[in-house]
Design a protein around this ligand. Structure first.
Ligand SMILES: NC(=O)c1ccc[n+]([C@@H]2O[C@H](COP(=O)([O-])OP(=O)(O)OC[C@H]3O[C@@H](n4cnc5c(N)ncnc54)[C@H](O)[C@@H]3O)[C@@H](O)[C@H]2O)c1
Length: 168
């Protein structure tokens, strides 16, 4: 199962994080993180001979990315949920992992203010001098779904041109 959805009210992705309303915080976590728990609960009984669950996350879960705000906090919750789900479902041979993607031009990404400068930043700073291609994310998803990844669970795999390793 691929979990590839997220949402936060637009106003929460523009100003200061400290201004996040209780309602925007709730909505972002409900849609972007709790949905993984709810979907996993429904799909796990169908995975009678083991399975693989993959969720899409972003570096803003672990470091401050200006404007990513409450979505970063929700992604931290998504990544932690992945680890707890991996522990629960490991005995059923169901693996749960995250792919942490570098910035990609999508409808959701265009909602983040300053997104274009994020892409430029990756081109300047990432070891591979770029973010990532959608096909590369797909290939990593196929890997995680395959038996080649049979020993991998509860992990965050970075497909981000190597940006995550940089200190400055
Ligand atoms: N684009 C990026 O730069 C980037 C980087 C890292 C991670 N991600 C993550 O990748 C995933 C997919 O996003 P994307 O960038 O491909 O954008 P996208 O706009 O193509 O996908 C977002 C999806 O979320 C769905 N969605 C939104 N609210 C929903 C709701 N209430 N119920 C059900 N579905 C809902 C939308 O219908 C849409 O299909 C998200 O989890 C996103 O955070 C994206």
């Amino acid at each position: 199962m691929l979990h590839s959805l997220a949402f936060a009210p637009r106003e929460a992705l523009e100003g200061d994080f400290v201004s996040t309303t209780r309602e925007a915080f709730r909505v972002a976590h409900d849609i972007s993180a709790y949905s993984l728990v709810a979907l996993t609960r429904e799909v796990a009984p169908l995975m009678t001979n083991g399975g693989s669950i993959v969720a899409m996350t972003y570096y803003g879960a672990e470091k401050v990315v200006p404007h990513y705000n409450v979505m970063g906090v929700a992604k931290a919750s998504l990544e932690a949920s992945t680890r707890y789900l991996a522990y629960d479902l490991g005995p059923k041979k169901i693996r749960v992992n995250c792919i942490s993607a570098g910035p990609v031009q999508t409808l959701a990404a265009r909602g983040i203010s300053g997104f274009t400068s994020m892409l430029k930043h990756y081109q300047e700073r990432a070891p591979l001098k770029r973010s990532c291609e959608p096909a590369e994310l797909g290939a990593t998803g196929v890997f995680l779904a395959s038996d080649a990844a049979a020993g991998i669970t509860g992990q965050v795999i970075y497909v981000d041109g190597g940006y995550q390793i940089m200190g400055m």
